[in-house]
Design a protein around this ligand. Structure first.
Ligand code: UT7
Length: 323
């Protein structure tokens, strides 16, 4: 039986840090409001000459280094992003060239904040079907370029960053304790298209547009759908909440994460939290949180980890892996 295993992980954050106090200098907001309603203290912002591909490339290089493989071994690269360098070609192909990957397949996935879990799920299926052996899955975003910096209801919540993982195909027996990705599940419901969207685009306004969000509506769906997705992914892996060592949820709002833990009856000590430091980095949030937890030694061999995210569309999903 083939399983895909996470053999490397890396993150990259731009140097510039924007604190809540920095924001409150030009906006009718305060550190207390932002931290109280979202748990966010600060976010990183890309330099003017830093593109999504630069962030993605830096995270990819860190993940490749962590895995010990060479870029030429990668035969599948999926970049999750909703802030590509150009309308086309896929930003993934630029990263493919800069890595010196050679051939293989590189493409972008657009599922907003659920982009990483979607790309992760696609890469897992490519590997399990034998179509790829070594996959690089990246989430990279420059949301600072699509934020309306006068809209206090949205601009305080997001940041720039990138994270990446290397997945590798491993043949083996069907021993139930093998490390690897055990399950994934993904859904979307386009009836909520306007709950979180960008008010521009190639076919509509020929501009990039700005992010618009009905915060309370998205909050409600996030708690409900991320709770059910985690339970479903665990069920598909024949596990339950007591088996979980770490939950790595999409980092949008600490109140959403706390509410999910409560509904799942999961001990809060098992939550990986980076939203306080990075804010919402959309598709980069899960691999950034994962790489932070690996770096500080929290995740150990044999641990059961659950990844989950929701974003514009609405699109949502979850995955379970044994480390
Ligand atoms: O990646 C997935 C996408 N994103 C999410 O998951 C985010 C989901 N939503 C949320 O995280 C929360 O709904 C927010 C953080 C966006 C907002 O929190 P809330 O508790 O739902 O606040 P609210 O939108 O109901 O606003 C409460 C008040 C309003 O004032 P009034 O109408 O009560 O007088 C807002 O105008 O807070 C005001 N407000 C602010 N005040 C100070 C909104 N933004 C700010 C701000 N600073 N930055």
């Amino acid at each position: 039986m083939i399983l895909s295993r996470i053999i490397g992980c890396g993150g990259y954050l731009p140097q510039k840090v924007l604190t809540n106090d920095d924001l409150s200098k030009n906006l009718d907001t305060s550190h207390d409001w932002i931290v109280g309603r979202s748990g966010i203290n600060q976010r990183h912002i890309a330099a003017d000459d830093e593109l999504t591909s630069d962030l993605g490339l830096a995270a990819a290089r860190n993940a490749i280094k962590d895995s010990g493989i060479s870029p030429q071994e990668i035969d599948l690269l999926i970049l999750a992003t909703s802030t590509p360098d150009n309308t086309f070609p896929a930003t993934a192909t630029k990263i493919q060239s800069k890595l010196g990957m050679g051939c293989g397949l590189a493409f972008d996935v657009q599922a907003v904040c659920a982009g990483f879990i979607c790309a992760f799920s696609i890469a897992n299926n490519f590997i399990k079907s034998g179509q790829a052996k070594t996959a690089l899955v990246i989430g990279a975003e420059t949301y600072s370029r699509i934020l309306d910096w006068k809209d206090r209801g949205t601009c305080v919540l997001f940041g720039d960053g990138a994270g990446a993982v290397i997945l590798r195909s491993e043949e083996g027996n069907d021993n139930k304790d093998r490390a690897g990705i055990l399950s994934t599940c993904m859904y979307s419901n386009g009836d909520y298209y306007k709950a979180l969207y960008v008010d521009g685009g190639v076919s509509t306004t020929q501009t990039a547009g700005y992010l618009r969000m009905e915060g309370r509506e998205v909050f409600k769906h996030a708690v409900e759908k991320l709770t059910s997705a985690a339970n479903e992914a665990l069920n598909l892996a024949s596990l339950n909440i007591e088996n979980v060592d770490w939950l790595i949820p999409h980092q949008a709002n600490l109140r959403i994460i706390d509410a999910i833990a409560k509904k799942l009856e999961l001990d809060k000590k098992k939550l990986i939290i980076t939203v306080d430091q990075h804010a919402n980095t959309s598709s980069a949030s899960i691999p950034l949180a994962l790489s932070a937890a690996i770096k500080d030694g929290r995740i150990n061999a044999g641990d059961i980890i659950v990844l989950e995210a929701i974003g514009g569309g609405l699109v949502w999903g979850a995955g379970v892996a044994r480390w």
